[in-house]
Each structure stands twice: as structure tokens, then as C-alpha cells.
Design a protein around this ligand. Structure first.
Ligand SMILES: [Zn+2]
Length: 94
């Protein structure tokens, strides 16, 4: 794809868990995380509390518990690829 290349760390669009969430959060200088997913988003269940919600941007929070979820552009066609950073996680910007 040419975007989201690996910047020398182990993190990348195919990382998992918090590593992936942090990667997407920081990608493109932070410009990616608030972009809308193609289509109407991905319907999923929170991996922290189990509440159902729709992830509409590349990084999104569960409305019930605030758990941080993300999906990377190469994998955003399938809710099974959504990764979960954990509840109460804060990621430093930039
Ligand atoms: Zn939740």
C-alpha cells in the first residue's frame, strides 16, 4: 500500500493488541486515527467488557467502558482484525 510502513520498530499494521492500537493512533502523525472507516464501520463487541458497538474510525473507544480499539487500513474490512489496547489505556500523542 505504501502507507503505514514500518518505521524501524516491531510495530506495524499487522501487529496485535496494544502495539497495533498505538501504531494506528500515531500513524500519519495522528491524522489516521479519526478517519472514518470505509462503509459504515465495523460492528463488533468490546474486547474488554463485551458491549456491542460500531467502530466507525480507525481508532475508537467502547462507549460503555472506554476501552481503546483500533484496526489498521490493510485489515479494516473485517471486524475480526480489530485489536484491543486495554481498558483505561492512555496513549501519548506524538
Ligand atoms: Zn467496553
Amino acid at each position: 500500500m505504501g502507507c503505514c510502513s514500518n518505521h524501524g520498530s516491531s510495530a506495524g499494521p499487522f501487529a496485535e493488541g496494544r502495539e497495533l492500537v498505538e501504531f494506528v493512533f500515531q500513524a500519519h502523525g495522528g491524522a489516521l486515527r479519526n478517519q472514518m472507516l470505509p462503509g459504515s464501520g465495523l460492528s463488533t463487541a468490546c474486547q474488554g467488557c463485551g458491549a456491542g458497538f460500531t467502530l466507525t474510525t480507525f481508532v475508537g473507544k467502547c462507549p460503555a467502558c472506554g476501552g481503546l480499539h483500533a484496526v489498521s487500513p490493510p485489515r479494516c474490512d473485517d471486524a475480526a482484525n480489530i485489536q484491543f489496547a486495554g481498558q483505561g489505556v492512555q496513549i501519548d500523542e506524538g
